[in-house]
Design a protein around this ligand. Structure first.
Ligand code: FES
Ligand code: FES
Length: 166
């Protein structure tokens, strides 16, 4: 099948990928070497492929790569600082033991990233609802909810969320 170029911003840098029209964003990103984006169900059910597109959490298996034209795409790789510093969400997941096999983790983190920018001080119930589309077979979820609350607190204190330090 004929390939076409798609141009978008990937983790803050311009990217041009050559893709078939049927290629999903998930497959295009993985072919490009962005391996934090996990290929799970490819049916929109598990959330392991979640990335942030123009500030919204998006299951990349449910989006064609060509639909990313002109947009900004953020993955877990893009959260890491220039000297390899982990993002507060990544750090909180480690500190709270919210990672076991790790397969769900990048998707959880990207959903959390988009969610906290809209709700910087969420209740546990709100976190549960926000992460309802991300499945984890290992942790039992409780450490993940704790990690999201810890990350929110850290990000508020660092002024990284709307509402600033609290
Ligand atoms: S791989 Fe996209 S939701 Fe499961
Ligand atoms: S840590 Fe294994 S699926 Fe979540």
């Amino acid at each position: 099948m004929m390939k076409r170029d798609v141009h978008f911003i990937l983790n803050g840098r311009p990217a041009t990928l050559s893709v078939e029209p049927r290629t999903t964003l998930l497959r295009a990103l993985r072919d490009w070497g962005v391996t934090s984006v996990k290929r799970g169900c490819e049916e929109g059910e598990c959330g392991t492929c979640t990335v942030v597109v123009d500030d919204l959490a998006q299951k990349s298996c449910m989006m064609l790569a060509l639909e990313a034209e002109g947009k900004s795409v953020l993955t877990a790789e893009g959260l890491v600082g220039p000297k390899g510093e982990l993002h507060p969400i990544q750090q909180a997941f480690i500190e709270e033991g919210a990672i076991q096999c790790g397969f769900c983790t990048p998707g959880m983190i990207m959903t959390t990233y988009a969610f906290l920018r809209k709700n910087p001080d969420p209740s546990e119930e709100e976190i549960r609802v926000a992460l309802a589309g991300n499945l984890c077979r290992c942790t039992g979820y409780i450490p993940i909810f704790r990690a999201v609350q810890k990350a929110a607190k850290t990000m508020r204190e660092l002024g990284q969320l709307p509402g600033g330090a609290r």
